[in-house]
Design a protein around this ligand. Structure first.
Ligand code: PMV
Length: 370
């Protein structure tokens, strides 16, 4: 990878750490839910259309890295003490992709401890939170070693760029509130290489939006999204999809600025159904919706007619995200308990809301110093 985003670290190959030197970095990073979906990519994990997401608060990954220099060992040595942990290939892949631009990372042996606050096997992909937490820790280590002259804004963009290489949607998790990834004339500073936050143009009322995640199926969705992105390469509706996403982004940004929840909800539903329509009309077609997903959607739409402000969105899976304003929480959550929880696997619902973004924890050295 030759990405100018990392130029601050490109001379770090000259960095000669002493054997036995140790660094620590620890970050908590959230998941996010896309309101305008990223679906389809070009070479280099660059999106074919801009996407818009809301960062979550409760669904987070906490990761801590201990990095040391031991001439003989390089790379990710273990995750949670296990040298064969199933997360290692994906994390090591990101480390390898970054090594060309941040050469000092190659000199490190890294042990990671990581945990998700959301339960395993709920079907909520952990890659956005997990990969963004890992990218934050890696760039934090790089910072500690080289101390670049860089603003927090540029550093965060660099982290977003790194996270994107590991998992596209992860690049949106490095900010709180609402985030856009992908170049759009509507968003100053936007880029295909990293996400930017658009909170300055969001009505504060939108920052308390709720998201209840209805677990219809706990099957993992990662394979579906990898195959799905690929299926867009030759999809007959590709061109139309790019036009649709750009137009939905424009309307969604307007709705966020105007605190127009109904408009935003309309777009979220249109995007969710379009995503699954694209999956179904790909070749081969993929059906990820389950009967319970459709049952929930039908009930949500019927309930909305009676005046309850709630809308749904979907990821590449069967689970349903319900979006509603914080003022309607009591009424919506009663409806979920009384009518929708029965459609969920084991009655499982995860209540989340718009969050404030990643949090850094003091490294071990800083703790000792304090
Ligand atoms: O980041 P990936 O490769 O898991 O793709 C995410 C795709 C969707 O979740 C379906 C949409 C999105 O923008 O998050």
């Amino acid at each position: 990878m030759t990405d100018s985003q990392f130029s601050q670290f490109s001379h770090s190959g000259n960095f000669r750490p002493a054997t036995g030197a140790v660094w620590h970095a620890a970050w908590q990073s959230p998941s996010n839910i896309a309101l305008v979906k990223y679906w389809g990519k070009n070479e280099g994990q660059l999106p074919i259309n801009p996407s818009l997401s809301m960062t979550l608060s409760q669904a987070v990954t906490k990761t801590r890295l201990d990095a040391f220099v031991d001439g003989a060992v390089h790379g990710l040595v273990s995750v949670n003490g296990d040298p064969h942990h199933p997360f290692i290939p994906k994390m090591q892949r990101l480390l390898d992709l970054l090594a060309g631009d941040i050469p000092m990372l190659v000199k490190l042996a890294i042990m990671a401890e990581t945990e998700n606050t959301f339960p395993h096997s709920t079907g909520i992909a952990s890659s956005a939170s997990g990969i963004s937490a890992f990218a934050l820790c890696l760039l934090d280590l790089a910072n500690q070693m080289v101390i670049p002259e860089i603003s927090l804004r540029d550093w965060t963009r660099m982290v977003s760029c790194a996270a994107r290489l590991g998992s596209g949607s992860a690049c949106r998790s490095v900010y709180g509130g609402f985030t856009v990834w992908g170049r759009s004339l509507l968003v100053a500073g936007s880029s295909d290489e990293y996400a930017v936050d658009v909170n300055a143009d969001v009505n504060p009322g939108m920052l308390s939006l709720r998201d209840a995640i209805l677990i219809v199926s706990s099957e993992q969705k990662e394979v579906a999204s990898t195959l799905g992105h690929r299926s867009m390469d030759r999809h007959p509706f590709r061109q139309g999809r790019v036009i649709q996403a750009n137009s939905n982004l424009e309307e969604a940004l307007r709705a966020l600025a105007a605190n127009d929840f109904n408009k935003l909800g309309d777009i979220a539903e249109n995007e969710a159904l379009s995503l699954h329509a694209l999956l179904m009309s790909a070749n081969p077609g993929v059906i990820l919706l389950k009967p319970a997903t459709l049952e929930i959607i039908t009930r949500v739409r019927a309930k909305r007619k009676s005046g309850l402000p709630l809308f749904f969105t979907l990821d590449a899976g069967a689970n349903v995200h319900l979006l509603y304003p914080h003022e309607a929480a009591f009424a919506v959550e009663s409806f979920i308990l009384e009518e929708l929880a029965a459609c969920c696997e084991g009655g499982r619902v995860i209540y989340d809301h718009c969050g404030t973004g990643p949090v850094r924890f003091p490294g071990r050295n800083e703790n000792q110093a304090g």
